[in-house]
Design a protein around this ligand. Structure first.
Ligand code: FAD
Length: 284
């Protein structure tokens, strides 16, 4: 198998400083070897980094041979602002969007802005721009932290597909069975869009534990305990992490995952080590 048969994508966050911008350019150049289908750029709900998302996406779209996809979260936004942003992206030739609700600000009670859930954003994008955008949405193998129940979470996921999503990217996870169960549940509900697993390399235990607590991704007990053992030995932790994540990717691909979406944290080294281990991703 080569990268041509696999949908590889890489996610960045918008850098805030000039140094960060230069680092991201270097990272992006190093990851081009994977021939990604697209590079995506996250979007901070409600504020400060939103313009930086736009600038980063446009730079990738205009200065590389690769497609750039903005994330767009709708919580707290109005229809007019979202429409302006969609039109600006269209004008820059962007054809793919990762459509999200975004995390609720703390203390949130009730509706803020014109959208409450991501299915409404997907519906809005379709209503205003027809089939122009390929729309990606989020999926949660271990369920969203606010899920009322597993069944409801899956039903709401289906509502995003019915609203017009073309494919999905999952929250990261280290338990392959949770992903395969998600695929089974979706198949039973007649959901047939590609669901690409989101892959988080293991760079730093404290940071990973913090992210995981916030987003509801589980670090299995055996893995958490092993990672704690490395304490300050960052190289040994990362080598172990590459091994764990490469094996996870192998299992996911062998079980039918249509591709891999890497959460890069704007770094390339671990992802290149993982993909080298897989031995299936580089073009000659
Ligand atoms: P939704 O699909 O709307 O679901 C949110 C919750 O509401 C779920 O618990 C669901 O079960 C429930 N729900 C859905 N519809 C309904 C309904 N009609 N009635 C009642 N309950 C409902 N966040 C950012 O701010 N910026 C980013 O760039 C970003 N990128 C991400 C990329 C990926 C691949 C993933 C997986 C997540 C990303 N996130 C990002 C995080 C995401 O915004 C949060 O997880 C957010 O809390 C939920 O977004 P969603 O689009 O999945 O929401």
């Amino acid at each position: 198998m080569t990268s041509q048969a696999l949908a590889i994508s890489c996610e960045f966050f918008p850098p805030r400083t000039e140094k960060g911008v230069l680092n991201l350019r270097k990272t992006r150049e190093q990851l081009q070897v994977l021939q990604p289908t697209y590079f995506s750029v996250t979007f901070g709900a409600g504020g400060s980094t939103q313009e930086k998302t736009f600038d980063t996406v446009v730079e990738i779209q205009e200065q590389t041979d690769f497609e750039a996809a903005p994330h767009l979260s709708c919580i707290g936004s109005g229809r007019e602002n979202i429409l302006k942003l969609l039109q600006a992206y269209q004008a820059h030739g962007i054809q793919r969007i990762v459509a999200l609700r975004g995390d609720k600000p703390s203390g949130w009670a009730g509706k803020i802005g014109d959208f409450s859930y991501a299915n409404e954003l997907v519906e809005f994008i379709r209503a205003k721009t027809g089939t122009h955008f390929h729309i990606e949405v989020a999926a949660y193998p271990e369920f969203h932290p606010e899920a009322q129940s597993a069944k409801k979470d899956l039903d709401y996921f289906k509502s995003k597909v019915e609203a017009g999503a073309d494919s999905a990217i999952t929250q990261y996870f280290y338990n392959a069975d949770a992903y395969f169960r998600l695929l089974d549940s979706c198949a039973k509900r007649g959901i047939d869009i590609p669901i690409v697993p989101g892959i988080m390399p293991i760079a730093n235990f404290e940071q990973l534990a913090r992210f995981s607590d916030i987003c509801g991704a589980e670090i299995p007990r055996w893995l958490r305990t092993r990672l704690k053992d490395f304490e300050d030995d960052k190289t040994a932790l990362q080598d172990f992490g590459v091994d764990v994540v490469a094996k996870l990717c192998e299992r996911l691909l062998a079980g039918g995952a249509p591709g891999l979406h890497f959460y890069t944290l704007n770094q390339s080294a671990l992802i290149l080590n993982i993909t080298n281990r897989l031995g299936v991703l580089k073009r000659d």
